[in-house]
Design a protein around this ligand. Structure first.
Ligand SMILES: NC(=O)c1ccc[n+]([C@@H]2O[C@H](COP(=O)([O-])OP(=O)(O)OC[C@H]3O[C@@H](n4cnc5c(N)ncnc54)[C@H](O)[C@@H]3O)[C@@H](O)[C@H]2O)c1
Ligand SMILES: O=C(O)C[C@H](O)C(=O)O
Ligand SMILES: [Mg+2]
Length: 623
């Protein structure tokens, strides 16, 4: 079932080979002069060639010298590095926001250059435009706001959404990331300020999945393909659904940009989400909506409500589950065991929210498939929330947590509500996995207790975001739990120097390894829905991506530098699963039959070919 066929070792070189052969096709523009300079998609700043300046009425509007794309790129990177130098020694948050600002200004001015620097420097820039800095940006969003990005639908727009959706100036939108701002990372309810999350997630879609951020059609040809093989690239839309906020501080903040009212609840809330979904799919029937950072009750409710009606998924429940499962399977391999041993792993999950329950459901399903036994599949999993170990004796037991609640008779020595320390001491788990949103809950005592784990190589997944909400730091994990552990965190940490030339590897267990591929694979397959089978294929692909050599070192996930490659592989796996389930309706000129006849390699090539690469296209004016 878990096919661990190793992918070609030259992952990166293959990606580079594909993109080095991109020749830009023309890009149709319907404007002239300063309107072009003020449009970040068309704008090339000083990079407009003289012929184009003549054609588009730009002559005299720019300094005379034409600067190449490479020179512009280098100039930006120089400014970025001087900012790094000049802010040395300043508080971390100040530096992070300064870096975010310089990138955001480029984003506002010249998208092609922005996405190229983002892609080429993804390891350095992901922590700024995505987790963890995006959390700080959301916290300060009302003050940082300069220009709108994406769309805002509020409770005041009830009855208007069907017409509002046509205010978005794109004929086609393919990927939408939607939030209601109610659970932004581990930072809680940030109301309208949560828009930073869909923006950051979609930046990752562009960088990792080559989803086109633009609202015009660009045609790019690859010279090794026949001339008829032209591709229409994809477009993105970040959306905030502002139904109020229960964050008193924000309600009292005079700069707060959202609705100043408590959150809508119950039917009133669902009516707003229903109206939005109907509006989106009426205008763009082939769009995909990723739900992001909804508080647990609405995360589950909306997933249940829409997953068989629209092409959508919940990243916190489903994307996270796949990434965690891939990491858990990697952990078994890191112990020198086979995947058949996965059902024997004792796993303590701390946090019974949307993410923790999503992970448990997928892991339990995997065990059930491996053992063929549903009844006992959850026996080695232990679930805790803020009130400790969850058992069947829990008062007001959440129905979503009930399948994982322990029967008190079966956990001798542990009681309902037992503390994490008690559970770790008693269970001696192979894996401790945190999705609690609470920084430091893996305390020194808890980490030290893990030294008694039954495993030769215990694993710690401190998956909560942002950095200050991680259940423990990487350094503390290696210091207190021992040097032989496997460590992963949701936010990035540096590898730990263990002395004597030894390194404690830090993995970033973040759903960024899956959501771009889930979205891309669903798009290019033309799938009607996103099924468990497609999500399982995505997780299996990620699990099988790493070589034994990497896994032995404790490296469970690919380097973020190869995120474009892993995303193409994941996308292809999702596509093949959609084909197998007869859900793929085709995409563009490629029909379902052609998809079904593609070999595995051809599917990967096809997905790659649908990935946008930032490069200046000649602008052609159409009146
Ligand atoms: N790494 C990733 O890819 C990833 C993905 C999704 C979510 N997350 C992070 O996971 C965290 C939780 O997300 P969520 O959507 O499940 O949130 P949630 O609010 O739905 O759930 C939080 C859960 O943690 C429990 N909890 C709170 N305090 C606790 C404590 N002291 N001890 C044990 N449990 C405690 C709560 O009772 C609740 O069950 C957030 O920080 C989020 O950023 C990370
Ligand atoms: O946004 C992230 O970095 C991961 C995840 O979706 C989260 O909510 O924490
Ligand atoms: Mg999230």
């Amino acid at each position: 079932m878990w096919n661990l066929t190793r992918f070609a070792s030259s992952r990166l070189s293959r990606t580079r080979r594909l993109f080095s052969s991109v020749i830009p096709g023309p890009c149709i523009v319907h404007k002239r002069g300063t309107d072009i300079l003020h449009d970040p998609w068309f704008n090339k700043d000083t990079g407009f060639p003289l012929t184009e300046r003549d054609r588009l009425g730009l002559r005299g509007l720019l300094p005379p010298r034409v600067i190449s794309f490479e020179q512009q790129y280098d100039r930006f990177m120089e400014s970025y590095h001087s900012l790094e130098k000049n802010t040395k020694g300043q508080p971390e948050g100040v530096v992070a926001l300064a870096k975010w600002r310089i990138l955001n200004r480029l984003h506002d001015r010249n998208e092609t250059l922005y996405y190229r620097v983002l892609m080429d420097n993804i390891k350095d820039f992901a922590p700024i435009i995505y987790t963890p800095t995006v959390g700080l940006v959301c916290q300060n969003y009302s003050g940082l706001f300069r220009r709108p990005r994406g769309m805002y639908f509020s409770a005041k727009d009830k009855g208007e959404m069907m017409s509002m959706i046509y205010n978005w100036p794109a004929q086609h939108v393919d990927m939408i990331v939607l939030t209601d701002g109610s659970r932004i990372l581990g930072l809680g309810d940030l109301g309208v300020q949560g828009i930073g999350i869909p923006i950051g997630k979609l930046d990752m879609y562009v960088a990792a999945a080559g989803i086109n951020p633009q609202r015009v059609r660009t045609i790019i040809s690859l010279f090794f393909l026949p001339p008829s093989s032209l591709f229409i690239f994809r477009q993105v839309l970040p959306v905030m659904l502002d139904v109020g906020t229960n964050n008193q501080k924000l309600l009292e903040d005079r700069l707060y940009l959202g609705l100043r009212q408590p959150r809508l609840e119950g039917e009133e809330y669902l009516e707003i989400v229903d109206e939005f979904m109907e509006a989106v799919f009426t205008r763009w029937p082939k769009a995909i909506v990723q739900f992001e950072d909804f508080q647990m009750k609405w995360a589950f409710e909306t997933l249940d409500r829409y997953r068989k009606k629209f092409c959508m998924f919940n990243d916190d429940i489903q994307g996270t589950a796949g990434v965690a499962l891939a990491g858990l399977l990697g952990t078994v391999r890191a112990q020198g065991r086979t995947l058949a041993d996965f059902p024997d792993q004792k796993i303590v999950v701390v946090g019974a929210g949307s993410a923790g329950l999503g992970v448990l459901s997928m892991a339990v399903q995997a065990v059930a498939r491996m053992t063929g036994k549903n009844e006992t599949a959850a026996q080695n999993f232990f679930l805790l929330d803020k009130d400790g170990l969850i058992t069947k004796e829990r008062k007001n037991l959440d129905p979503a947590a009930a399948p994982f609640a322990k029967d008190p008779g079966q956990i001798v020595g542990l009681r309902e509500g037992a503390s994490l320390l008690e559970v770790v001491k008693k269970v001696k788990p192979d894996v401790l996995l945190g999705l609690s949103g609470v920084g430091g809950v893996f305390s020194e005592e808890v980490l030290k207790a893990l030294r008694e784990s039954g495993s030769t190589r215990p694993a710690i997944f401190a998956m909560s975001n942002p950095t200050m909400n991680a259940e423990c730091t990487a350094a503390d994990a290696f210091k207190h739990a021992g040097e032989n552990i496997v460590f992963a965190s949701g936010s990035p940490f540096e590898n730990v120097n263990l002395g004597n030339g030894k390194v404690g590897y830090v993995n970033q267990a973040n759903n960024m390894y899956l959501f771009p591929g889930i979205g891309l694979g669903s798009l290019v397959s033309g799938a009607r829905f996103i099924t468990d089978g497609m999500l399982q294929a995505a997780a299996e692909c990620l699990a099988s991506y790493m070589t034994d050599e990497e896994i032995q070192k404790g490296i469970l996930y690919p380097s973020i530098d190869s995120i474009r490659h892993i995303t193409a592989e994941v996308g292809a796996s999702v596509l093949r699963a959609a084909v197998a389930e007869e859900l793929a309706e085709g995409h563009g000129d490629v029909g379902p039959k052609e998809l079904a006849h593609m070999s595995k390699e051809e599917t990967v090539e096809y997905v790659f070919r649908n990935m946008w690469y930032p490069i200046y296209s000649p602008l052609v004016q159409e009146k």
